[in-house]
Design a protein around this ligand. Sequence first.
Ligand SMILES: [Mg+2]
Length: 234
Amino acid sequence: MAAKPTIIAFDADDTLWHNERFFKISQDRFAQLLLPYTEPDHLSERLIAAERRNLGRYGYGIKGFMLSMIETAIEVTDQQIPAAVISDLLAVGQDMLAHPIDLFPGVVDVIAQVSQNHQVLLITKGDLLDQERKLAQSGIGDHFDGVEIVSEKQPATYAKIFAGYGVAPQRAMMIGNSMKSDVLPALAIGAWGIHVPFDLTWALEHAEKPENQPRFRELSKLTELPDLLGEIEL
Ligand SMILES: [Mg+2]
C-alpha cells in the first residue's frame, strides 16, 4: 500500500480508553491506607507534589506513581509508615497494572473509518510495558499504521514522528484529551491539534485553551471526528 500523505494521530489514555479513573481510585485507596497514620489534610497535594518532582526521574506511568505514593507515605509519617502499608501500596499499583481495558464508545468504528483515508498513528506516553499491554488488550492495534510510545510529548517529539512518516506537520493532526501534551505541542509545530476533553484530568496535564489558532478544534466526543475530517482540508 502506498503511503497516504496525511496523518491522524491519537493519544491513548482517556482518549481511546479509560485511565485517569484508575488513578483516582488508587489515590482514594492511598488516602484510606494512610488514614490511621496521618492527617488527611493536604495528602493529595503532597502526592501530586511528589509526582511532579519525580517526573524527570521516573517519567509518566504507574511505576512512577507507585514510587511517589511510597515516598509520600514515608514523608508524611516522618518515616513511621509500617512496611505492611508499603506492601499494600505496592499492591494498589500492581492492581492498576492489571486493570482491564475499557474502550470509549465508538472508538473502533472511528479508527477503522479514519484509517481508510489517512495514516493512523497512536502516540502515547507512559510505561512502555504497560502501554504495550493495554494496546494488545484493546484489540485495536491492527488499525494503526504506527505506534509511538514516547517519554515526553514536546513539539520536537511530534515533529520527529511526523517527519519519520514523511508527512509535513500541516497535513498531520493530533487528537487527545490533554491540552498540554496532545494539543499545544502539535499546534506549536503547525499541525492540527484537536482537544477531546474528558471529565477527569490529572493536575499535571492542565493547560489553558489556545487562542487564535486556526488549526485548533474541540470535540465533545471522538465520534465527531469523521465529520470534522469531512469539513476541513488536511
Ligand atoms: Mg491522554
